[in-house]
Design a protein around this ligand. Structure first.
Ligand code: HEC
Ligand code: HEC
Ligand code: HEC
Ligand code: HEC
Ligand code: HEC
Ligand code: HEC
Length: 416
């Protein structure tokens, strides 16, 4: 009987290996985008890219056109081939995605005289570069940026390593599976030839496979719990990372004040109410007195306006609910961005002039700040302080001076 049990165990084991293998194989997939990955194509793509596209595009950075990193995940190959050959036609055809691109870049990419085959090679190159991650040397002008690039490269290495390990495990699993199958065949045959096999054992050896037994088996229950725990852990970690991220937060305010009406329709300047934006850290929320400049006359009978009068009579500020809120550990200064940097309110706050109720447009995470500091050129126009810096910068680099080059990635600039 014990021999019979072992054979059954062996069958279970094989089933599980098979399942693991299936899971493993589906892990390694995802290459169904039809983009070749062989070195010849990639090299040909690199040449074509340099000759035709590199004046406006880079893989990891925005140049004149968007960064092409992972573009094959944003659009399918057919779309890209069509777009690259006839961008204006695609944009003018009303394609939503293309229209949005055009609105962002405000120019038509010229028609490219390349064939579908050549575009496929370029995509092969773009994909290889996307997977490889940004190069260290390209970004390492600032120590902090260098660190980040190294971290990026390390991440790419560890991802490759992980894929290698998974593939290796898969191969080992296949070999073990084949050996076990051979073993079980031999064993079954051998046992069946044994004359002194008890009927009990014989039943075990020749039993049909019973699926319900599998679901009750300890291995199955263990495996299912394991998967469950992993899923819960992932959800928890994702949840933790989004704590404090309040993008889209749009609380109801004590008075139905509308930016769409005041800043949009009546075109009242933001600075008329947010008096601090050009001269201090804080933009300021206007006091009721500023409202009174108009509302001592305008719409005096309105219930909402009566609330302003009540606040003034009771000598109580209006209890506006704060929407944007950085944690205390971070330092952000409006003057620096609006006045010195020349950044528009809308870049960070979205289209406030269209908002009936203000909502948080940006993430306001550290990554968000850093990302913009990497991408944005320093506004040096009419600022003598920067003239020397720019000269210095241009003597060593060909790219325009970005915020990161003047220390925009230094921890102490944003953290007390
Ligand atoms: C003269 C500048 C210029 C050249 C050269 C150029 N592009 Fe573009 N490209 C752009 C601009 C600008 C956009 C943004 C869309 C628009 O406004 O037309 C763009 C958009 C794209 C997009 C869409 C990107 C996305 O994020 O969805 C792809 C793909 C693309 N280009 C590929 C290429 C390829 C491939 C080449 C070379 C064969 C090339 N481009 C050459 C300027 C250029
Ligand atoms: C007539 C006065 C007035 C004008 C003009 C005005 N605002 Fe406001 N703004 C307010 C008041 C009052 C609040 C607080 C109530 C609210 O959130 O709606 C506010 C809130 C905000 C907030 C959210 C603040 C928070 O709590 O985090 C932002 C961002 C903002 N305004 C941006 C702008 C921009 C950008 C403009 C110009 C396009 C502008 N405002 C024009 C009065 C004004
Ligand atoms: C520069 C002038 C001006 C300032 C300053 C101003 N408002 Fe207004 N407000 C208007 C005008 C004009 C209207 C539209 C009146 C109408 O529809 O007849 C209006 C309409 C409103 C309404 C809608 C009233 C209703 O019942 O339709 C509210 C609420 C309001 N304002 C609140 C405020 C608050 C709160 C402030 C101060 C943060 C403020 N306003 C500052 C000019 C101003
Ligand atoms: C570079 C991004 C950026 C730009 C540009 C910007 N803001 Fe802000 N704004 C922020 C951030 C970040 C906060 C949150 C600050 C905090 O919590 O300390 C904020 C907060 C505010 C607040 C809430 C009150 C306060 O002072 O914290 C108002 C009002 C506001 N901004 C208005 C404006 C207006 C008006 C402009 C344009 C003149 C503008 N902002 C431009 C990023 C920006
Ligand atoms: C939309 C782009 C943008 C975003 C988003 C942004 N910044 Fe900036 N930041 C700038 C620009 C442009 C300058 C350069 C201003 C100048 O010329 O001095 C700057 C400069 C700074 C500086 C001064 C750096 C120095 O070396 O003098 C600090 C500090 C800073 N930003 C903090 C922040 C923080 C904190 C956030 C996020 C809450 C943030 N910034 C988000 C564009 C941005
Ligand atoms: C351009 C501005 C900026 C720079 C440069 C910057 N940070 Fe931050 N950092 C922020 C902002 C804004 C937050 C708050 C973001 C949030 O609450 O999600 C933050 C949050 C943090 C936190 C807290 C994270 C958390 O989850 O609460 C740590 C730790 C931190 N930063 C460390 C650093 C270190 C170390 C550096 C230097 C390598 C650095 N930061 C550089 C803007 C910056």
């Amino acid at each position: 009987m014990s021999i019979g049990r072992s054979v059954t165990r062996l069958r279970f084991a094989i089933l599980w290996l098979g399942l693991l293998l299936a899971a493993n194989l589906s892990f390694g997939q995802g290459a169904g985008d039809g983009i070749p990955s062989d070195e010849g194509q990639v090299a040909a793509g690199a040449e074509l890219f340099d000759a035709n596209c590199s004046s406006c595009h880079a893989v990891h950075e925005q140049v004149v056109g968007p960064a092409l990193k992972a573009v094959y995940e944003r659009r399918d190959v057919k779309w890209i081939q069509n777009f690259v050959k006839y961008p204006k036609k695609v944009i003018d055809s009303g394609d939503e995605y293309a229209k949005a691109l055009y609105e962002q870049y405000q120019q038509y990419m010229p028609n490219q005289a390349v064939s579908d085959e050549e575009i496929l090679s370029i995509l092969a190159y773009v994909k290889a570069e996307t997977i490889a991650g940004p190069k260290v040397a390209e970004v390492a002008t600032d120590p902090a940026a260098g660190d980040a690039a190294v971290a990026g490269a390390e991440q790419a290495v560890s991802t490759n390593l992980l894929i290698g390990i998974i593939i290796g495990l898969g191969v080992i699993l296949v070999i073990v599976l084949v050996v076990l199958l051979m073993l079980i065949n031999v064993l079954t045959k051998y046992l069946n030839q044994q004359k002194d096999l008890s009927s009990d054992d014989a039943a075990y050896v020749n039993q049909k496979f019973d699926l319900s037994a599998v679901f009750k088996s300890q291995i199955f229950v263990g495996f299912a719990s394991f998967v469950f725990i992993i899923v819960v852990a992932k959800a928890t970690i994702d949840g933790l990372f989004s704590i404090g991220v309040q993008q889209g937060y749009a609380p109801e305010q004590p008075i139905a004040f509308s930016h769409k009406l005041h800043a949009g329709y009546y075109e009242i300047d933001c600075k008329y109410c947010h008096t601090g934006v050009e001269k201090s850290k804080n933009a300021n929320i206007p006091s009721a007195n500023i409202c009174m400049n108009c509302h001592s006359q305008v719409r005096t009978e309105s219930e909402e306006i009566q609330k302003i009068y009540a606040a003034i009579e009771n000598n109580q500020p209006i209890q506006w609910v704060r929407i944007h809120n950085l944690p205390d550990l971070a330092y952000f200064n409006h003057q620096q961005h609006v006045k010195v940097g020349g950044v528009e309110c809308e870049t960070c706050h979205g289209d406030i002039k269209e908002m009936e109720i203000v909502q948080q447009h940006s993430l306001l995470t550290m990554g968000w700040c850093i990302d913009c500091h990497r991408k944005t050129d320093v506004n040096t126009k009419g600022n003598e302080y920067y003239d020397r810096l720019v000269e210095l910068h241009e003597s060593t680099a060909k790219e325009p001076m970005k915020v990161e080059n003047i220390g925009g990635l230094e921890c102490a600039k944003c953290h007390y």
